[in-house]
Write a protein that binds this ligand. Structure first.
Ligand SMILES: Cc1cc2nc3c(=O)[nH]c(=O)nc-3n(C[C@H](O)[C@H](O)[C@H](O)COP(=O)(O)OP(=O)(O)OC[C@H]3O[C@@H](n4cnc5c(N)ncnc54)[C@H](O)[C@@H]3O)c2cc1C
Length: 400
């Protein structure tokens, strides 16, 4: 694997950096999960689209630049480097889109992708139900055939739908054959949330933002053109989406490298303010403590460990991209990836809170980041489930 950037990649980075620096919105932006913040983020992401930076690796005809995955990683590094937030369109562009490219009909791609890239349509993810989370194949929302109208009638309830209160469309799984084995009778639907029979009820997160929604389906008619992949083969399609969520697309290394850069700056600033840096360099026995009673040597090693974790994640992603470039498809390794990024995110934020000591609770940016990081081992499939997948499918251990 040659990790040297080509001339074209260097130029791509320069162009992205210049555009982002000249056009970035005022930071910090209001939270994307809030009523006031969502439209601000959407407008910013529309601006990215207008300049063809929204979906760089997509074909030009859908609003992209035909960029390689390497260039996409470079763009992500530049995006997060200047402190920009994660995208409110992410569930569409990073999760549904790769699945559409793989399983969608030409008509579906042409109809859905440009509107998704431009933020005209905002997509949310409808897997979880009140009685089916980790056990996704246990969903009970139903799709019943309506031959007369050439489509399906949806009934049931989805829950924990991220940004569902603000989105216009939902992709999700419904049980289309109640008599088939659990994984076999499921179909993947693409649903316009303005259809008659749909009720969206916002759910507040503990920070007060409307992060989620419950979505109720009451005799909702969707046409055959809204089925993604084959009828009753939705499980395979959904696994492609979860593979993107756990693997390459949702959490690029640029995001964590940017957090570590901020962390190092925070450490240096805090340490130089209190004279700790000097104390640490004079500290032969590793016993010097800062004013909060933290061992400075430990703290410094922890910051270095954060940096190493982010770099290791970048190298591992480079390896994944190399394998994809050679025609391989990421498999259960994406579960390993998910465990790593979610646990690293908590570690980075815990380190920041440790550096800040008793002032941590007053630092809303690090605190909010920390609170969100705590959800990492739950969303995209809990880490317990990912460890089961690693045990069974990578290590070949027995199921029970
Ligand atoms: C921030 C956030 C965003 C989310 N966004 C979405 C979204 O957009 N769309 C969506 O559909 N869902 C979303 N979810 C829901 C998420 O997918 C579920 O919370 C998750 O799959 C776990 O399901 P559950 O909450 O029903 O917990 P349960 O499945 O009831 O699990 C409870 C606990 O038991 C453990 N457990 C369960 N089964 C096993 C097993 N076989 N082996 C070992 N341990 C097990 C779990 O790991 C967990 O610790 C989101 C969740 C969060 C926190």
């Amino acid at each position: 694997m040659d990790l040297t950037y080509t001339e074209r990649e260097i130029q791509f980075r320069d162009e992205a950096r210049q555009w982002l620096e000249a056009n970035a919105p005022c930071l910090p932006m209001p939270p994307g999960d809030s009523e006031e913040g969502f439209p601000v983020h959407r407008a910013w992401e529309h601006k990215l689209y207008d300049a063809r930076w929204a979906v760089v690796s997509w074909p030009a005809k859908y609003g992209g630049r035909d960029a390689t995955l390497w260039e996409w990683l470079i763009f992500e590094e530049e995006y997060y480097r200047i402190g920009l937030p994660q995208r409110v369109a992410q569930n569409g562009i990073f999760l549904l889109a790769p699945t559409l490219f793989e399983f969608g009909t030409q008509e579906q791609k042409d109809r859905i992708l440009p509107r998704m890239a431009s933020t005209q349509d905002m997509w949310c993810q409808g897997w979880s139900e009140p009685n089916a989370g980790s056990d996704l194949a246990g969903i009970s929302s139903k799709a019943s055939r309506d031959d007369k109208r050439g489509g399906w009638i949806l009934n049931g309830q989805k829950t924990w739908t991220t940004r569902g209160a603000f989105c216009t469309h939902l992709f999700g799984l419904f049980r289309s054959d109640p008599n088939a084995e659990r994984h076999k009778g499921l179909t993947y639907f693409l649903v316009d949330l303005s259809l008659p029979g749909i009720t969206v009820r916002p759910v507040n997160k503990f920070d007060g933002d409307i992060g989620f929604a419950e979505v109720f389906f009451d005799d909702v008619f969707v046409s055959d053109s809204d089925v993604l992949g084959q009828v009753n083969k939705g499980w395979e399609v959904a696994m492609a989406t979860t593979g993107s969520e756990r693997g390459l697309s949702l959490r690029s290394p640029g995001r964590f490298i940017a957090v570590v850069e901020r962390l190092i700056a925070l450490y240096k600033q805090e340490a130089s303010n209190s004279g700790d840096l000097q104390n640490a360099s004079d500290d032969q026995n590793g016993a010097v403590q800062n004013s909060y009673g933290q061992n400075i040597g430990d703290l410094r090693r922890q910051v270095a460990d954060c940096w190493m974790k982010a770099q290791a994640y970048k190298l591992s992603t480079d390896q994944t991209v190399s394998l994809i470039a050679q025609g391989n498809k990421p498999g259960p390794e994406s579960s390993l990836n998910k465990i790593f990024w979610s646990e690293m995110d908590i570690f980075l934020h815990e380190t920041a809170l440790r550096i800040l000591g008793p002032r941590a609770s007053a630092d809303s940016e690090w605190m909010k980041g920390f609170e969100f990081s705590l959800a990492g081992p739950i969303y995209a499939g809990t880490n317990e489930i990912q460890r089961n997948i690693v045990a069974e499918r990578l290590l070949g251990l027995p199921r029970k």
